[in-house]
Design a protein around this ligand. Structure first.
Ligand code: GLU
Length: 548
């Protein structure tokens, strides 16, 4: 065919592209991996999972992890998705080394990293295929393709555009020229080379060797709008971006023979491939894929909204990647999880099972092992994005907020009640005076509901003599004495032994103080809470409550 009359135009020759995107100068064994999301409005937890695997493999081998935005399907594109992807990766510590970083800015020498901006590269490669006779233009209309499928169904032969069914595969130059002159829309198709009984082997890093029939389908490479299909873009990009390991969802397994054929026709060494099974969840008696439509936890946005800490999500996903992570963590309680070596060979072929109860338990441990300062910093980032009012309170006095977070974390059995940052406004809000003021109605209602009703004068007696310098034991002794004066037995046992001698016991007294100080009956350790509130706040709150 006369290439001059025919688009696509070649801006580059293949040797020019080879020179423009040379093999990377990386140490022996370094892996180059990538995450290639399509910006369709959603970031799936599976994308985070694949990114974690890919980024860790790159980094533990001294390689590179890059982000490529696969935005060639303009119909499915949703504005704002790239920002969502970048924010999701950043929140969970998976920002790429190369690719788009923010506001359309890119880093790296193998760009552009948005496929829609790589048209000259795809067109040049397709031009080369056309010139070699490995591709051809196809002017088949949607109706013709539909008729083809119907005829194939009728004749009970495999559906598709291949061999004798490929209408434009063997058209003459004159036919092509006439169609072009008539301005008919066209796609460019691969001239498949697979023979009838030919087989190809995929050495999948996770699954071992897999055999497929060689590709016989004349797959579309460039669509009528000039955009590449996934098949072309994957082969061209992963070659010229010098990817060593393509780690992708197993929905692409079936198209591997096409990709293998294209690498061969271009004369390029294919990368290694690892096909990951989708994350599944237990649903009644059976397992199914985590679904974007039915499972809120399929979306990374859900974890961000809930404020699951970076470490919790990372460690939970590491558990899914390799069941040995849990033992490793137990043996190395203080080691950063980046030291846990990822091996693709360890990943499940059948699909990891997702379990939110397990995630919460991992999260408790992760938060339990964080310093109050680290919790404060991470929770403040969450609050700034998701609960600005709380963020203002939380940030007003950093030392106070950190002291609150540090309550009951240093004894023999440290608290492990924090799972996600979004629980903090409700859990610790009352420590902040403006929030406490908002809780007055609740506080009064809780006060009125106390059984037994708090002894008159109790709060005044505490206000008069509260000494924050008392240690836990001294404070306990002092408060029991105060209680005894107002008819509270020092403990439940004493009370039960002689119920008519007391109005209640120490626990009842503590409940009254909790309601007055915190507007609720459940609080952390009363002594520590009073210490953190500080004398001024304790006195102010109890004094106000005397009037209830
Ligand atoms: N954009 C493709 C997808 O979202 C990427 C697949 C790949 O990693 O090659 O499925």
């Amino acid at each position: 065919m006369d290439s001059a009359v025919f688009t696509p135009q070649a801006q580059y020759t293949l040797p020019e592209l080879e020179a423009k995107y040379p093999p990377r100068a990386l140490p022996e064994g370094a892996r180059v991996t990538r995450f290639g999301p399509s910006p369709t409005g959603f970031m799936h937890i599976g994308g985070l999972y694949t990114s974690l695997v890919s980024r860790r493999l790159a980094h533990q081998s001294g390689g590179v992890f890059f982000l490529r935005i696969e935005d060639t399907d303009k119909k499915r594109e949703v504005d704002g998705t790239v920002d969502l992807i970048l924010a999701s990766l950043a929140t969970y510590g998976l920002s790429p080394d190369e690719g788009e970083i923010a506001d359309g800015k890119e880093v790296g020498a193998y760009g552009p990293y948005r496929q829609s901006e790589r048209m000259p590269i795809y067109q040049s490669c397709v031009r080369w295929l056309l010139d070699q006779g490995h591709a051809y233009p196809c002017f088949a209309t949607a109706d013709e393709l539909q008729a083809l499928r119907e005829e194939q169904t009728r004749r009970k032969v495999p559906p598709g555009y291949y061999g004798g069914w490929a209408i434009w595969r063997d058209k003459t130059e004159a036919d092509v020229a006439a169609a072009l002159a008539a301005g008919l829309p066209f796609t460019i198709r691969l001239r498949a080379t697979g023979e009838r009984d030919e087989r190809v082997t995929l050495p999948d890093t996770i699954r071992g060797d897999l055999e497929f029939p060689a590709n016989q389908t004349d797959v579309v490479l460039l669509k009528a709008d000039g955009m590449p299909t996934y098949h072309l873009a994957h082969v061209v990009d992963d070659h010229f971006m010098r990817t060593t390991d393509v780690i992708r969802g197993n929905e692409w397994l079936a198209s591997y023979p096409m990709h293998a054929q294209m690498f061969r026709l271009f004369g390029w060494a294919p990368p290694r491939f690892a096909h990951i099974s989708p994350i599944e969840k237990q649903d009644g008696g059976s397992r199914r894929k985590l679904s974007k439509r039915h499972d809120p936890e399929a979306s990374v946005g859900w974890y961000m909204e809930a404020g699951y800490p970076l470490g919790a999500v990372t460690e939970y996903l590491l558990n899914l990647i390799d069941g040995r992570f849990e033992d490793w963590r137990a043996a190395n309680p203080a080691a950063p999880n980046t030291q846990f070596p990822i091996e693709l060979e360890r990943m499940s072929r059948s699909g990891a099972l997702f379990d939110l109860v397990k995630l919460d338990s991992v999260s408790r441990d992760v938060v339990g092992a964080m310093s109050a300062k680290a919790i404060y910093d991470a929770a403040l980032v969450w609050a700034s994005g998701h609960d600005p009012e709380f963020a203002v309170r939380f940030a007003a006095d950093a030392a106070y907020s950190q002291a609150i977070l540090d309550i009951e974390r240093h004894g023999e059995r440290p608290r492990k009640d924090v799972v996600r940052w979004s629980q903090l406004p409700a859990d610790i809000g009352y420590f902040f005076d403006n929030r406490y003021a908002e809780l007055q109605d609740e506080a009064k209602a809780a006060w009125a509901a106390l059984q037994p009703a708090p002894a008159a004068g109790l709060l005044s007696a505490v206000v008069e003599a509260y000494d924050p310098a008392l240690d836990r034991d001294q404070w306990l002794e002092w408060l029991r004495d105060v209680g005894l004066r107002f008819g509270y037995a020092p403990n439940a046992k004493t009370f039960k032994a002689a119920p008519d001698q007391y109005i209640g016991h120490f626990g009842d007294l503590a409940s009254a103080l909790r309601v007055a100080l915190a507007a609720r009956r459940n609080t952390p350790d009363l002594h520590e809470m009073m210490q953190v509130l500080g004398k001024d706040r304790v006195v102010a709150r109890l004094t106000a409550a005397i009037a209830w």
